[in-house]
Design a protein around this ligand. Structure first.
Ligand code: BTN
Length: 324
């Protein structure tokens, strides 16, 4: 567990113009020794960042690399009532927040890379350094655990609305119930929610979000399903600090709204983003598998499936696939 180091952020920023910079000049610029410059460069190389090193010229970075910066994330937030930590490396941002599970205030944790990033259904979440966003929010809710099925839907909606607004992606983003954000059948983001019931009908939620931002699909990756990233969709390199600020702003506002008013205010918007609506799907729920027509969601956020045998059934959890 390492907090993100200022030298690393500053050196990445110097190299981000794509030009060559020699160690001595970088050291002078940042008021650190050449050894400290080399240490940071070595670290970036170990994290898989392609840095060219040429005798007489110095170091250059192939693609722009702007690292996350807690101050930049916070300075653009209108107001905030949560604690935030930004790490260079963590096993998993969800797991980190379990250390604070009884806290009564929201807490955010972001990492540049995860060594054991977790997906739903025991999958791994590929978390290369410096490219994407991996963050989790610990959020105390004045709700009983039985009222929280809609939480993952609200999180997905909040992500979609922010991304649609920031990058003019209306009609492009969809949510595959319960919470895969997809574009043209390719996964852009995933959400992993872990909940602990507390006393007196309250609960603590850890909401983990993995969003593919600047990852390029030409690079070989261990991801075993079709995926995309924001930079592939927009054709631009994305400033993750600005993106992170906007996502946090909307998410915390909408979590507050959900805590107060439940899922009802979100149902209409869900219809717009629902990737499965009136589509034939396959659903895996526990050990059971079904196929049928997806028929939206119920008031609690459960998937409504018109099964092939004619039975209309609501599902609280499961994994869905669109059938052709
Ligand atoms: C999925 O679609 O399977 C959910 C993926 C969730 C990944 C995020 S990355 C940040 C947070 N920390 C984790 O270990 N997992 C979530």
């Amino acid at each position: 567990m390492k907090k993100l180091n200022d030298n690393l952020i500053a050196i990445a920023e110097v190299l981000s113009d794509g030009e060559y910079h020699d160690g001595t000049t970088i050291g002078e610029q940042l008021n650190i020794t050449r050894a400290a410059v080399w240490k940071a460069i070595k670290k970036l190389i170990n994290y898989g960042i392609p840095i060219e090193s040429t005798k007489g010229k110095g170091y250059a970075i192939e693609k722009p690399l702007l690292l996350l910066n807690k101050n930049r994330i916070l300075e653009n937030l209108n107001s905030h009532s949560f604690k935030i930590d930004v790490f260079e490396e963590l096993e998993s941002t969800n797991d980190f927040l379990k250390n604070y599970i009884h806290e009564k205030q929201a807490r955010v944790c972001i990492a540049e890379t995860q060594t054991n990033g977790k997906g739903r259904l025991q999958r791994q979440w590929h978390s290369p350094f410096g490219r994407n966003l991996y963050f989790s929010i610990l959020y105390p809710l004045q709700k009983d655990i039985s009222e929280l099925a809609g939480l993952s839907l609200v999180t997905g909606l909040s992500l979609c609305q922010t991304l649609a607004k920031l990058y003019s992606l209306n009609d492009t983003l969809k949510i595959k119930w319960p919470n895969d954000i997809i574009v043209d059948h390719k996964k852009l983001a995933g959400i992993l929610i872990e909940i602990q019931a507390e006393s007196h009908g309250t609960a603590q939620a850890i909401i983990g979000i993995g969003l593919n931002v600047n990852m390029q699909s030409q690079q070989s990756s261990p991801i075993d399903q079709p995926w995309t990233s924001l930079s592939e969709i927009t054709g631009e390199s994305i400033d993750r600090n600005i993106l992170c600020t906007k996502l946090l702003e909307t998410l915390l506002e909408q979590l507050n709204q959900f805590d107060k008013n439940g899922l009802a205010p979100f149902i209409q918007t869900w219809k717009y983003y629902d990737a499965l609506r009136n589509q034939r799907i396959h659903l895996k729920s526990g050990i059971n598998e079904y196929s049928g027509m997806a028929n939206g969601i119920g008031p609690q956020g459960h998937l409504v499936l018109e099964r092939d045998d004619g039975v209309l059934q609501h599902f609280a959890a499961g994994d869905t696939t669109l059938l052709k």
